[in-house]
Design a protein around this ligand. Structure first.
Ligand code: EPZ
Length: 417
């Protein structure tokens, strides 16, 4: 079993390029089966979730290969419409293949996605949207079975701006007859990137980034090439690491507008942050200050995927910061591990109160989920002494070789057996 071993209290210096976005590349890989030709995806991060999505493509009869930072997909020979349990279990967000498989083949059979570390993850909004587009859906033997001889465009409203449900609806509507209007859609930047990819396939999609998305169903082109946007959650994680270690780093190949709420919060904590069109410099030299309550919301609100990392930063701040997790029921599993490092955190349901301490102390801890694992890395960089983080498979789902990236900025971090 490998662990990350981190000796803390080192300032970070230098410049680092932020890799492509996991939460953008996954729905685009699913969308690639709408086309019956070749899709070339550039800036594709090397992540276990991407490998899991490529495995699903292989199971469906598509061919995919990686060439450096590009993944080349050919879905001409797609021959299946099911995703078995073992592949669904590997990556919870495989459910985003549902709309594309249904649109491409008229049938889709997926093993029911269970809950995950973050709590129950129902797919009711996905299914009701597909039903409105004309799909017949049944649940048999732990599977979701969708059939539609013809999907028909319509006007539909999502009960909650779910990212996955918005993506699934866009993919199904892309090959539907007529136009679809999705209201109360998710507004995350990854939705905008999916719209860009669908446009490159010749699908008329507009409105991504707003709550109303228009999709004109059509016959798609066979080939496309797309460069995936950079990962705003990875950028935010490195900013949290710089803030807590009194560092001065530059991040390149970023879109600062995509994580403006995180930048605002770190400025309030006392960091100096300058942003350019595709880069950012963050400097932190004093003790951070606690800030007003941080409440997670759908985009453009404060991202739930940065809550754990900012909590790790707040453990070193002067004063008490309150967090309210509004998106997931069970997204404080990292709290117990942060307490092992000496953090002072009280939780009650969706609320957490973090009172800053002068020092954390290295200890053996385990990653509880992807972003919880990232939070432990941030805390360990601040902690005195050595921290060992285990259960790295969680972290590798969303960070491409994070230890090498941090070492390039001067951190004392190794992956060791
Ligand atoms: C996406 O998950 C991201 N994953 C998550 O990132 C992120 O936390 C989440 O959006 C919110 O921003 C990917 O993009 C692959 P949702 P998704 O559907 O699509 C409830 C990470 O760390 N809901 O917007 O699954 C749901 O239970 C991951 O990179 C229903 O009730 O999120 C949750 O409470 C973790 N019924 C809330 O909505 C539904 O049918 C938000 O879920 C769908 C969702």
């Amino acid at each position: 079993m490998s662990v990350l071993r981190i000796n803390g209290e080192r300032e970070l210096r230098g410049s680092m390029r932020v890799h492509g976005a996991k939460n953008s590349v996954l729905p685009i890989i699913a969308a690639s089966i709408l086309a019956s030709g070749e899709t070339v995806l550039h800036n594709c991060p090397n992540l276990s979730d991407v490998d899991a999505a490529v495995k699903i493509l292989g199971h469906l009869g598509c061919v995919a290969r990686r060439e450096g930072e590009s993944v080349i997909i050919n879905s001409a020979k797609m021959s299946r419409c099911d995703i078995p349990h073992d592949l669904m279990r590997e990556m919870r967000s495989s459910v985003i293949f549902l709309g594309a498989i249904l649109a491409r083949t008229g049938e889709a059979k997926l093993s029911m996605p269970g809950g995950c570390e973050l709590g129950p993850r129902p797919v009711d909004i996905h299914l009701s949207a597909l039903r409105e587009l004309g799909a017949e859906i049944s649940e048999e033997g732990g599977n979701i079975i969708c059939r539609a001889s013809k999907l028909r465009g319509c006007r539909l409203n999502l009960n909650f701006p779910s990212v996955g449900a918005t993506e699934n609806t866009m993919l199904a509507a892309a090959l539907a007859e007529g136009s679809t209007i999705i209201t109360n859609a998710a507004r995350e930047p990854e939705i905008w990137d999916l719209q860009r990819y669908l446009n490159s396939l010749g699908v008329d999609v507009r409105g991504a980034g707003t709550s109303t998305i228009f999709v004109e169903g059509t016959r798609v082109k066979s080939d496309a090439s797309h460069r995936v946007i950079s990962d705003r959650i990875v950028a935010s994680t490195f900013m949290a690491a710089a803030a807590v270690t009194r560092s001065d780093i530059e991040l390149t190949d970023v879109i600062p507008a995509h994580f403006a709420t995180v930048t605002k919060t770190l400025r309030e904590m006392g960091c100096r942050i300058e942003t350019g069109s595709d880069n950012l410099r963050i400097r932190s030299n004093g003790r951070l200050k606690a800030v007003r309550p941080i409440m997670t919301e759908p985009y453009p609100g404060f991202p739930t995927d940065v809550q754990p990392q900012l909590m790790a930063t707040a453990t070193s701040a002067e004063g008490t910061t309150v967090f309210v997790e509004n998106i997931f029921d069970n997204r404080y599993r990292h709290v117990e591990e942060l307490r092992r490092l000496g953090a002072d955190i009280e939780t009650a349901g969706r609320v957490a109160m973090v009172t800053g301490v002068k020092k954390l102390h290295g200890a053996p801890v385990k990653a509880t989920d992807l972003r919880g694992g990232a939070a432990l890395i941030v805390a360990a960089l601040f902690a005195e002494g050595t921290t060992e983080i285990s259960e790295l498979s969680h972290i590798d789902r969303g960070y491409d070789n994070i230890e090498q990236a941090l070492r390039s900025l001067g951190a004392d971090i190794v992956r060791a057996d």
